[in-house]
Design a protein. Structure first.
Length: 624
């Protein structure tokens, strides 16, 4: 079948339509007879990336159920420019609303990834919906979910039904067992389809060892048949596979699965590059559902840039602490992976505020000690510094002591009037933040840290915020804390970089754009004392004090931060505002006190946070 203006699209009438329909949510609760009749009415459409599913300004007469893959929908304005782009993934539908309107729409749909679709004539689909109430309810539920997501930016957790775990070697096979045991504890009923002939039984998990298929490898057909049998009473099916398959078969398996975990170790990660490159060449969009899982000893993850460029993100699971003073985040690598599989991603946005930002350390300590597993941190200025240090695996108490010692002014500056301010200027102008931070972070890159961290800086050339999630961790901190006037812009690769608070002081929006569906924002500049250079509202002009240039710069920074808080913080689910207004922006020596204020402010709302998380996943976060 040819569609004008697109590549060819292969359509196979009725082949495997019954099995394919049974794997789609529209089949839930239907009898075998109903499934057969509905499936017989469908065509199976196999679409490759770039294939056109529907053309804009033409009426829709068909409805598509997405069995595998991903579709891209583009909405055009009257001038033919794309104004909105949305994606529909496996388990969804396309065309129902458009066909109901029965008129041309400025909407075009293409296959983003290799996709398998069931195509129905719209009128015939309506007749089937009238005949089978459960089919009608299933279809309407999918339509309502799509509308809810589009209109209300809904972030309800989505648990992927079919997960593939690929192992570069047998060294990581035990991880599958841990995952399944944990899912069983969370009252899931997971099923395991594996090619491991030595697989031992797991309590509460149904296991099927793949039969010999020539070379003893698991085929998409085997997976499909087994999935249909298990879907009656299980919503989680895990395929546990070696990477010893030929690339074509691996690609077919990746296409059939909703989520892929690719497990490697520091010793064998290079062996995965060839496979993953072949997968990306076949379908670039598959990168979005392939996630690296590092099984580490006490060593840090290799930089492995070639590998990271081929996957969406990575998880680091340590068998031993990565350093002598680890935070719980190092030990929580496995918990983050399970949380991800459950559809929960918790982000913490840390705002700028100079020394007041040290309160962030107390916030992070209170969250981890109360069992709230943080998946990502985004930080601006002081938030980038505290977030990166914490994300590197350093314990909070140790970090507090380090900041107090390293940022304590020398005797000379303590003797000067406003010595803390001059000391801060001295640290900036002489570039001493680099050497101070190197003691703890060394040459680590952001992508090597146990926890994903995003730092926010501003490029004065383009006037845009820049979000960093790769590169030298110390450089990324210094770019984000680079206050104008106190220091010159940092020139790097065509950019002139200054403090990120200039545009986005509390970057909760960055975390939402990275997939977080629960965001905690921390602002240390929400409250501001109405006093400047010892002047207060109502002070007579004749008695007002003249401020120094340095005081003016720091106060201007604070005023700007207060007024910029509302920009990035809007999508946050919870905002914590430690009252640190009595502390000066340069009082880093009071880091311990500031951290205590942050901890106390978090403890006041931690039960509320747990209650909100319980609404998303009552098994991971039981009601307090």
């Amino acid at each position: 079948m040819q569609v004008k203006g697109s590549r060819s699209r292969v359509v196979i009438l009725n082949k495997d339509s019954h099995l394919l329909f049974k794997t789609h949510p529209c089949s839930r609760g239907l009898s075998e007879q109903a499934c057969c009749e509905i499936a017989d009415a469908a065509e199976v459409v196999i679409a490759q990336p770039g294939d056109l599913i529907s053309r804009r300004d033409q009426p829709m007469t068909s409805v598509y159920l997405i069995v595998h893959g991903r579709l891209k929908q583009e909405v055009f304005d009257v001038q033919g420019k794309v104004i909105t782009t949305r994606y529909q993934t496996a388990g969804g539908q396309y065309g129902g609303l458009s066909a109901a309107l029965a008129e041309p729409l400025p909407l075009e749909c293409l296959a983003e990834d290799p996709s398998t679709l069931l195509k129905f004539d719209y009128l015939q689909c309506l007749e089937l919906a009238k005949k089978y109430e459960q089919f009608r309810l299933n279809w309407l539920r999918i339509l309502a979910t799509a509308v809810k997501t589009a209109l209300f930016q809904d972030r309800t957790p989505v648990r992927q039904q079919l997960v593939a775990i690929f192992h570069q070697s047998s060294a990581t096979r035990g991880l599958t067992t841990r995952i399944l045991e944990r899912l069983h504890q969370l009252e899931e009923a997971p099923c395991l389809l594996t090619d491991d002939r030595n697989r031992q039984p797991i309590e509460g998990v149904r296991i099927c060892v793949a039969p010999d298929e020539g070379e003893g490898q698991l085929s998409p057909e085997t997976i499909r048949h087994q999935v249909v049998q298990w879907l009656v009473d299980s919503k989680r099916i895990v395929c546990d596979l070696a990477t010893s398959y030929d690339p074509l078969r691996v690609g077919n398996l990746v296409e059939a699965c909703d989520q892929v975990l690719w497990c490697v170790t520091p010793e064998n990660w290079q062996d995965s590059i060839r496979f993953l490159r072949m997968l990306k060449d076949r379908a670039p969009g598959w990168q979005n559902k392939i996630h690296l899982v590092w099984l580490l000893g006490s060593q840090e993850a290799p930089l492995a840039q070639e590998l990271r460029e081929l996957t969406a993100r990575d998880f680091k699971i340590y068998l031993e602490p990565a350093q002598p003073r680890p935070a719980l985040i190092v030990q929580n690598g496995f918990s983050r992976l399970v949380q991800f599989l459950r559809g929960i991603q918790i982000g913490v946005a840390l705002g700028g505020g100079a020394a007041r930002g040290m309160a962030h350390l107390g916030v992070l300590k209170a969250l981890e000690e109360n069992g709230i597993v943080v998946d990502r941190i985004a930080g601006t200025s002081a938030g980038a510094m505290t977030g990166t240090v914490y994300g590197s695996g350093m314990g909070v108490d140790y970090a507090v002591k380090s900041f107090v010692n390293d940022l304590r002014p020398s005797w000379f500056f303590r003797c000067l009037p406003r010595g803390e301010q001059w000391y801060l200027l001295y640290k900036y102008r002489t570039g001493q933040f680099d050497s101070m931070l190197r003691k703890y972070l060394g040459r680590k890159h952001l992508e090597q840290l146990p926890l994903p961290v995003h730092s926010i800086t501003v490029d004065l050339i383009t006037g845009q915020a820049v979000v960093r999630d790769t590169g030298d961790a110390v450089h990324r901190i210094i770019e984000s804390i680079n206050l104008p006037v106190l220091s010159l812009p940092i020139n790097r690769e065509g950019q002139a970089l200054v403090d990120g608070g200039l545009i986005n002081n509390v970057p909760a929006d960055v975390l939402v754009s990275r997939g977080c569906n629960f965001v905690i924002a921390v602002s240390v500049t929400a409250k501001m004392q109405h006093e400047f250079a010892k002047n207060r509202p109502g002070t007579p002009t004749s008695k007002m004090k003249r401020a120094s240039t340095l005081q003016t710069v720091l106060r201007s920074y604070l005023v700007q931060s207060v007024n910029m808080n509302s920009i990035g913080v809007q999508p946050a689910d919870m905002v914590i505002e430690p009252d640190v207004s009595e502390y000066q922006l340069t009082e880093f020596t009071k880091t311990d006190q500031l951290s205590a204020v942050g901890e106390a402010a978090t403890l006041e709302v931690v039960q509320k946070i747990k209650g909100m998380l319980s609404q998303l996943d009552s098994q991971l976060y039981p009601s307090p």
